[in-house]
Design a protein around this ligand. Structure first.
Ligand SMILES: Nc1ncnc2c1ncn2[C@@H]1O[C@H](COP(=O)(O)OP(=O)(O)OP(=O)(O)O)[C@@H](O)[C@H]1O
Ligand SMILES: [Mg+2]
Length: 362
């Protein structure tokens, strides 16, 4: 299997803004290593450079600086035909005038190995539980969105790729179909382990499919790690607020005598080198907050109550002055907007961030 390495890769585009050519840095000095057989998910906001990064790895774009290596060989030295890339985009990009079977088998036909295709398709059908054989004689317009994406994945897998690249392949499917498709793909990736990069907006998709997640912002990779690692050890506010649904709660406060003090609660020791008056933001995950009956715990007024039946809890939105936070409550709690509640948490659930730079400081 293939190791993918990115060494200081940058890509700038020129865009026409009101008649003037302006440079747009899409990928900014990215270095990454994806171990053999790993699936790296790339998560990040719209426009941060995810698709460009993927296209650079595919060799569809050339880096202005730096290099992409497959098994330590520069992609520029590997003939396009030898790269062995399977790629699936948001829209499956099947040939519109070819029946699915021809799209799936084309690459193998070029290599005079088309006789291997039916067995491969059958194997993929077996693993996913989707009867692909029935879809093979149809034209793309006769396939639903979900079917088209499955055919596109089958086509990529039939090529025996060294590297599998996905750009939001299920983003146009509805939530239920998306959940089903990602489980099928997970099974395929377990059966046919291929070093993969998976670009998505969807955290759940990243968690299900990937071995590691890279968080991208403004052309740069902010942090790479497993979901749990990023969730518990975000390096900055951006990663902390990106990981976790609903979003982490933030409380503003100030350091005095090496102790953090906020509006509603405080008294927590912070790093010794922080001067008095340093503004520090505390992050506290909604699931780390619980209802309390102790008068010593901090109060708030309930603004909204949303039941999550499957997860067996209520999600409360609570306000006190300028502070607004979300927290869990038992499904059985009889709460309504306007009720006053108290909240508690364990001190080790607190994350501290420098308010100026967003960098995590404890
Ligand atoms: N061919 C191009 N020419 C000019 N600018 C481009 C080109 N491709 C991408 N860009 C710009 O580069 C930046 C990154 O784009 P990219 O498509 O990689 O983002 P993305 O993270 O995939 O976004 P999305 O989540 O919306 O798909 C954007 O500002 C985009 O406008
Ligand atoms: Mg994109």
């Amino acid at each position: 299997m293939t190791v993918i390495t990115l060494q200081h890769v940058s890509k700038t585009f020129t865009q026409d803004v009101e008649g003037a050519a302006r440079p747009v840095v899409a990928v900014d000095d990215v270095s990454l290593k994806i171990a053999s057989g790993d699936v790296l998910a790339i998560l990040g906001p719209s426009g941060c450079g995810k698709s460009t990064l993927l296209r650079l790895v595919a060799g569809l774009e050339k880096p202005d600086h730096g290099a992409v290596l497959y098994d330590n060989v520069d992609l520029r030295e590997i003939e396009p035909f030898q790269r062995g890339i399977g790629m699936v985009f948001q829209e499956g990009a099947l040939m519109p005038h070819w029946e699915a079977e021809k799209s799936v088998g084309f690459f193998m036909w070029l290599r005079k190995r088309e006789h291997e295709v039916p067995a491969r398709v059958q194997r993929i059908s077996q693993i996913t539980g989707v009867g692909l054989e029935k879809l093979m004689e149809r034209m793309p317009r006769q396939l639903s969105g979900g079917e088209r994406q499955r055919v596109a994945i089958a086509r990529a897998l039939t090529r025996d790729p060294r590297v599998f690249l996905f750009d939001e392949p299920f983003s146009s499917l509805d939530a239920k179909l998306r959940a089903q498709a990602r489980v099928e793909l997970k099974r395929l990736l377990q059966e046919f382990p291929v070093t993969s990069i998976y670009v998505t907006h969807d955290q759940q998709e990243a968690i299900t499919l990937s071995t590691k997640i890279a968080i991208m912002r403004a052309g740069q990779i902010e942090q790479v790690g497993t979901y749990h690692y990023l969730y518990d050890n975000p390096i900055n506010l951006f990663v902390a607020t990106f990981m976790g649904v609903p979003t982490i709660n933030l409380f503003e406060g100030v350091v005095h005598g090496h102790v953090w003090q906020g509006e509603l609660f405080g008294g927590y020791p912070v790093r010794g080198d922080l001067a008095d008056g340093t503004r520090v933001i505390v992050g506290l995950r909604p699931e780390a907050l619980q209802l309390s009956t102790d008068d010593a715990d901090f109060p708030g007024r309930v603004e909204s109550v949303t039941p999550y039946f499957a997860e067996k809890h209520l999600l409360l939105e609570v306000r006190n002055g300028g502070d607004v936070w979300r927290m869990h409550a038992p499904l059985t709690a009889t709460l309504k907007p306007g009720d006053v509640i108290r909240a508690r948490f364990e001190a080790d659930a607190l994350h501290f961030f420098d308010a100026e730079t967003g960098v995590r400081i404890g």
